[in-house]
Design a protein around this ligand. Structure first.
Ligand code: FEO
Length: 401
């Protein structure tokens, strides 16, 4: 299935419902799309490709619009070199030896490194334009949205911004590709936030810079066409504003809510978790609870990214922090989820050890610690009462932020 977005501009993307883990680590049970676009013009233009596993489907999509060979005299715009968009580059080049690859200088080093291709290249820079016959495309470098070579392409004729990873999200397309055709838009909003937290959040400063660049240049965007997820044509400003809001969480302000990540071997830390959660909820502060041993960190990151408060419930395991919880903190560190308001609780059996590891993490994460308490074995009545009071106190701190 291909879709004409505007006259002579087609979505020719493919859905991936068979890859279990995006980037080899993020679960995508609801799939992901690799959106590519084809512009019919005197010199036809292909914008971004697909993962290597989807080469045949991709070629079939092109052939719905035009014979593949017609592209040989045209252009291939590569906004970004990550192999989810370029995996089939070698085979495209084999079939279309004369197609000109349009990309930034940094991208050239990557086409060579990933695919051994270093010729037939048209380098573009910020503000470069490309005349394709009836239209002139323009290019905006947007480094680190998501890699350093990344750019966005704008077509002033259709007023479509081809944003690649920018404004993208997880979730295969379910037969509808536009925001105004989708009944369950919340699914894509949720999956866009998870994608943002997993893939883009670390580069939030670059996201804000890119958005400001587009605003400053007065780019008259009518349609946002990312390379993952849905196309925003009714309300393109919605996804721009969402990305602005999510990028803003890096420095704050964030949501006045708490992410409670815990692990428990025999239910003792879990018992305390319930009381802490009760305390937080009792004063009307939202709390999102994750069992780190059972919920993939991909989902936990969405909450950690947007919420101001984070409480960790971790027992000591063989003199160190319970490993599933330590894994979440390690990923938070790698993703630079810094400057949160935090606390720790947990059970220990003999000498403890969680707190030692926690102290190292919070130093790196620059979290402001409100409270830390551990208890020996199962929590007593008094311990549980303390947990309840602590939950209330922590909730009050979050409320007042
Ligand atoms: Fe969708 Fe950074 O690749």
């Amino acid at each position: 299935m291909t879709v004409e977005i505007k006259p002579n501009v087609f979505w020719i993307g493919v859905n991936d419902r068979t890859t279990d883990l995006f980037e080899g680590m993020w679960p995508i049970a609801d799939g992901v799309s690799y959106n590519s676009y084809l512009i019919k013009d005197k010199k036809p233009v292909l914008i971004d490709l697909a993962k290597s596993t989807h080469g045949d489907a991709f070629i079939e999509q092109i052939e719905e619009i035009m014979p593949l060979s017609d592209l040989n005299k045209g252009y291939l715009v590569l906004n970004h070199l990550e192999p989810d968009h370029t995996g089939i580059l070698k085979s495209i080049r084999r079939n279309l030896p004369d197609i000109q690859i349009v990309a930034t200088r940094k991208a050239l080093t990557m086409t060579k490194a990933f695919y051994g291709i270093d010729e037939g290249f048209l380098e573009v820079d910020d503000g470069s334009t490309l005349d394709t016959g009836d239209r002139t495309l323009s290019f905006y470098k947007t480094p680190f949205v998501h890699w350093p070579e990344t750019m966005m392409t704008f077509d002033p004729t259709s007023k479509i911004l081809f944003a690649c990873d920018g404004f993208g999200g997880y979730g295969a397309l379910r037969g509808a590709i536009f925001d105004d055709e989708i009944a369950d838009l919340d699914f894509y909003r949720r999956e866009s936030l998870r994608y943002y937290a997993n893939i883009v959040a670390k580069f939030s400063n670059s996201v804000l810079k890119a958005i400001n660049k587009l605003i400053k240049a007065n780019v008259p965007i009518e349609v946002i066409a990312p390379s993952h997820g849905i196309i925003w044509r009714k309300n393109p400003s919605e996804i721009i504003q969402l990305y602005q809001k999510w990028a803003g969480y890096a420095q704050g302000p964030r949501e006045k809510a708490v992410t409670l990540v815990y692990g428990s071997m025999y239910g003792n830390t879990e018992k305390m978790m319930n009381n802490v959660a009760q305390g937080i909820s009792s004063i009307g502060v939202p709390v999102e609870i994750f069992d780190a041993g059972r919920v993939h960190v991909s989902y936990i990151l969405s909450a950690l990214w947007k919420n101001e408060g984070v409480i960790i419930g971790a027992p000591t395991y063989e003199t160190e922090m319970f490993p599933p919880v330590a894994h979440v903190l390690d990923i938070a560190r790698r993703k630079r989820i810094i400057y949160r308001t935090a606390a720790l609780f947990g059970s220990y059996a003999w000498s403890g050890g969680t707190k030692r590891e926690w102290t190292k993490f919070v130093e790196q994460l620059k979290w402001r610690v409100i409270e830390e308490f551990e208890f020996h074995g199962g929590p007593t009545k008094e311990d549980l009462q303390k947990g309840l009071e602590f939950g209330k106190k922590f909730g009050e701190v979050i409320k007042s932020k």
